[in-house]
Design a protein. Structure first.
Length: 149
């Protein structure tokens, strides 16, 4: 009876671990979604870049939370390894690797957010085009106020 309960508990733990690991992240690249990528490519004003930076910061916060979850799982696997039998080492290694990946991706994502904040700051301190020109650029019909003779 105890052995069946232990097997059931380890099966549930593994299923939870696999469910949390379904998100594929690349540690070398910042995490982003198609929406964030499109917003970053279309960012023209300082407000646009600040919005992109906020999106990246929110994503980094989510990744850091996932890393903390994996750290908590790792501690559980280390402290109660007798409950997981032969799978304990594998579960520990997997949780540790995921925590490292989430941390690295969160770090890269925060760097991307800092870059967009820096661009926004430069646009605010050195406006290159007027507000009317910005609106025309965004709408796709750029018109200059100067005439050529």
């Amino acid at each position: 009876m105890k052995k069946q309960f232990g097997n059931l508990l380890s099966a549930i733990s593994v299923a939870g671990l696999l469910a949390s690991a379904t998100v594929s992240v690349n540690a070398a690249q910042p995490a982003d979604t198609p929406e964030i990528r499109a917003a970053a490519q279309n960012a023209v004003t300082s407000g646009d870049h600040l919005a992109v930076a906020k999106s990246y910061e929110d994503m980094a916060t989510q990744l850091q939370a996932k890393a903390q979850e994996q750290q908590a799982l790792l501690e559980q696997y280390q402290n109660k390894s007798y409950m997981y039998g032969r799978q304990a080492q594998d579960l520990q290694s997997h949780a540790e690797a995921l925590a490292r990946k989430y941390e690295a991706t969160a770090s890269a994502t925060m760097k991307e957010a800092a870059l967009h904040r820096q661009i926004a700051g430069k646009l605010e301190s050195n406006p290159v085009v007027s507000d009317a020109q910005k609106l025309n650029i965004v709408s796709g019909s750029y018109q200059s106020n100067t005439t050529i003779r």
